[in-house]
Every structure is written in structure tokens, then in C-alpha cells.
Write a protein that binds this ligand. Structure first.
Ligand code: PLP
Length: 403
């Protein structure tokens, strides 16, 4: 008898950044040096002070770093998160409204598992973070994409959101700010209108904000402040303090739903990683250190962003928006690629194989950005970013002359 399995897993797709990383790993073994403009990996490690502190704790002959932790995370960490959310989002939470989880991806999984049922519909932007498409398919939920255009600064189209709501079916609206892949920071007016719609129609707002401290121009919008009964907020420490490999994040929202999200989280991982919790607690409770670190990281990333934009300005007919936050620039190359019979995916492949530059094809983020590529700026040095974008320009010019 053949063995059977759950076919639901067949809808899951490998993340494009991971697929590219595998190819890059192979290239590196062959001695090829690839410029990484693909991943949303931080380029700055956590502050030296907290790393030093942790190195001292590692010398202790005790179980402090190695034991199980409470399932929703250390109480002291949840208290520090409440303080941090007060500072950044300007909202007051109780610790029971916060659950610490094993990274951003886990925050999405636990949240979706707690609120969504097969046949539900969820509104999200197109383009948007590729991880949502995958998970919605897995939970048998229909995505309703709303196109956000570069002309509107990738702000959500409030009327289109309203029109796409199907009573009894639409369960949630996913919003990301600052946004991946566009770098757009949600506008207060748009946020207010969306909060009103969510309250009127009884929708959840799943607000994914792992880049909330990485805003270069403008300010962070708190959806929880605008619709506290309806908002579930997701955060990951992957970007700030920059520990993506250590897997830590948190979810906050109304206590009754957070309690359920915590149970799903416990069912998957029992507790979030202990060492990461200790490090983040030390980071968050040193408020001044934290403030200075964020300022420093923002300065480093802004310089990299601006170098990227300066080089992009030399590419004829490339359209892009200056990202006000996060780590990415979405570049529309439709005017160059269409006459060549190419799209973002084909260009990305050529860039990797012919020019040793890794970028992400726009189609991973939605149907509307097939002619785009996403470039990320935090990982590489300014010199290598300059060189990477210069190679993109060079390849496009070669392709045009080959025509
Ligand atoms: C918008 C958004 N949400 C969630 C995640 C996933 O976070 P994590 O890497 O902590 O799993 C990312 C990661 O890049 C992201 O950009």
C-alpha cells in the first residue's frame, strides 16, 4: 500500500529569497562573488554592549540560558515590550495582550490559524510581502488583492478596499507599514479611513510592522490606536535589533484573541528561543542604548538607500519611489523590458547568471509588479550597492543593443 500525505502542503512555495540564496551558495563554492541586493537581511549586528553582556552570561555555570521559558515568553520581556510599544506606537497595553513568538513568520502563522477558516476572504495589497500569499493558500483562504500603484505612492486605495468587501466572507485586511516590498509608510489619513471600514464591517486588521523603527522620513502609524478592538499587530526582532537567525517576535492585540494565538504558538514551538529573549530583553530595557542604536542603523541604511537611488537615477526609463522606510526599492522597468520581450523574472535570472547580482522578481509580490524588480539596500556596502546597480544598467544597455 502506498503511503498518503496531506496534500494541503502542496500549495506551499519556497520563498524566492531562500531559492536565490541556495543558488548563491553554489556560486560561492565555485568562487563567484555575488552582490546581494535580494535579501531583507540587516547589515548591522545588535549593539556591542548587549553582545558583550550575553558573552558574560554564557560564562555562568547555570541553566539560565538553556531552560524552557514560559510559553508566551518571559514576563519581564513582555513587560519590556509593553514599554517599547508605549514609546513607539503610543498605546498602552497590558502584558496579557502580548505574546512573544518565534519570529515574524510564526507570528503570521499563529495569527492566521487563530482567525481564519477555509472559505474566508482576506484583503491585501498587490504588491505585498510574498509570505502572505503562501499562508493564505495553505489555510484555504481566498486573497482579494487591491492594487496599490506607484503613482499613488503605493498607498492603499480606500474605496477599492471598501468595494471588495463581501459581507459574511471577508474576515480580515492585511496591512504592512513600512511596507515590504515598496518601502511605503502608511499615511495617517488612509489608515484612519481603513480603521473606520474595519470597525464598520467587523474586519480584523492584521498589521504587520517589522520595520516600524526603520522609518527615514515621516512617522509610524499605529493601527491599534485607531481600531484597538480590531487590530492584531505583528512584530519581529529580525530587522531591529537585527537577529533574523535567532527567530524572535511578538504579537499584540485584544487579550481574548492573543490568548488563542498564544495557544497555537505553544502548540508549534512550546516556547520562543530563550537566548534570543535574554538578548532582546537586555536591548529593550536599555532604552538610551536602543535609541542610539536605531539612530545609528538608520543612518547606515539611509546612506545605502541614497547611494542606490543615485545609481538608479542613471538607468534610463527606470521608475521607482524613494522608500520612506524598510529596506527595499521597487523598480519598474516595464518601459525597458517590454520591448525586449522580458519581464522582471527573466531579468533577475540574467542578472544572477550573467552579472552576479541577486535581486527579487516583482511577480513574487503580486500580479501588478511583473515588470518590477525589488532591490534591497541594508546588506551590502555602499560601494558594492553602487557596483550592483551599475551592473543592472550595463546589462539593460547590452540587452537593448543586442536587440
Ligand atoms: C513584512 C514582513 N512580514 C514578515 C516577515 C517575516 O519575518 P521573519 O523574518 O521574522 O520571519 C518579513 C521578513 O522579511 C517581512 O518583510
Amino acid at each position: 500500500m502506498g503511503l498518503r500525505y496531506n496534500r494541503d502542503v502542496d500549495v506551499l512555495r519556497e520563498s524566492p529569497t531562500r531559492a536565490i540564496n541556495r543558488i548563491v551558495e553554489r556560486f560561492r563554492r565555485e568562487g563567484r562573488d555575488v552582490i546581494m541586493l535580494s535579501t531583507g537581511e540587516p547589515g548591522v549586528p545588535p549593539p556591542g554592549e548587549v553582545r558583550l553582556w550575553l558573552s558574560e552570561v554564557l560564562k555562568e555555570d547555570s541553566m539560565r540560558l538553556y531552560s524552557y521559558t514560559p510559553s508566551p515568553g518571559f514576563l519581564s520581556l513582555r513587560e519590556a515590550i509593553v514599554g517599547d510599544v508605549r514609546d513607539i506606537d503610543g498605546v498602552d497595553l497590558t502584558v496579557d495582550q502580548v505574546v512573544v513568538v518565534t519570529g515574524g513568520q510564526a507570528s503570521m502563522f499563529s495569527t492566521f490559524a487563530s482567525i481564519l477558516e477555509p472559505g474566508d476572504e482576506v484583503i491585501l495589497m498587490d504588491p505585498t510581502y510574498f509570505g502572505y500569499w503562501n499562508l493564505l493558500a495553505y489555510f484555504k483562504v481566498k486573497p482579494t488583492p487591491i492594487i496599490a500603484t506607484i503613482e499613488e505612492g503605493f498607498q492603499p486605495d480606500v474605496e477599492a478596499v471598501k468595494e471588495s468587501i463581501v459581507r459574511g466572507k471577508t474576515k480580515a485586511l492585511i496591512l504592512t507599514s513600512p511596507d515590504n516590498p515598496t518601502g511605503r509608510v502608511l499615511d495617517w489619513g488612509v489608515a484612519r479611513a481603513l480603521a473606520e471600514i474595519a470597525v464598520d464591517y467587523g474586519l480584523w486588521i492584521v498589521y504587520d510592522e517589522p520595520y516600524k523603527t526603520l522609518i527615514y522620513e515621516g512617522e509610524h502609524v499605529s493601527m491599534y490606536k485607531l481600531a484597538p478592538e480590531n487590530t492584531i499587530s505583528l512584530y519581529a526582532f529580525s530587522k531591529d535589533p537585527g537577529i533574523p537567525g535567532w527567530r524572535l517576535g511578538y504579537v499584540y492585540g485584544p487579550e481574548w484573541i492573543v490568548r488563542r494565538i498564544a495557544l497555537v504558538s505553544e502548540a508549534i514551538t512550546y516556547n520562543p528561543p530563550s537566548v534570543a529573549q535574554h538578548l532582546v530583553l537586555e536591548y529593550l530595557r536599555n532604552r538610551e542604548l536602543r535609541r542610539k542604536h536605531v539612530e545609528y542603523v538608520k543612518r547606515v541604511y539611509m546612506e545605502r538607500r541614497d547611494v542606490m537611488l543615485e545609481e538608479l537615477s542613471k538607468i534610463k526609463n527606470a521608475k521607482y519611489m524613494k522608500p520612506a522606510g524598510a529596506m527595499f526599492v521597487m523598480v519598474n522597468l516595464g518601459e525597458v523590458l517590454e520591448p525586449l520581450g522580458l519581464d522582471g523574472a527573466k531579468l533577475a535570472e540574467k542578472l544572477l547568471y550573467e552579472k552576479n547580482v541577486a535581486v527579487i522578481p516583482g511577480e513574487f509580490f503580486g500580479k501588478s509588479t511583473k515588470m518590477y524588480i525589488r532591490l534591497s539596500f541594508p546588506t551590502e556596502t555602499p560601494q558594492r550597492i553602487r557596483e550592483g546597480v551599475r551592473r543592472i544598467k550595463e546589462l539593460l544597455e547590452t540587452l537593448e543593443t543586442r536587440q
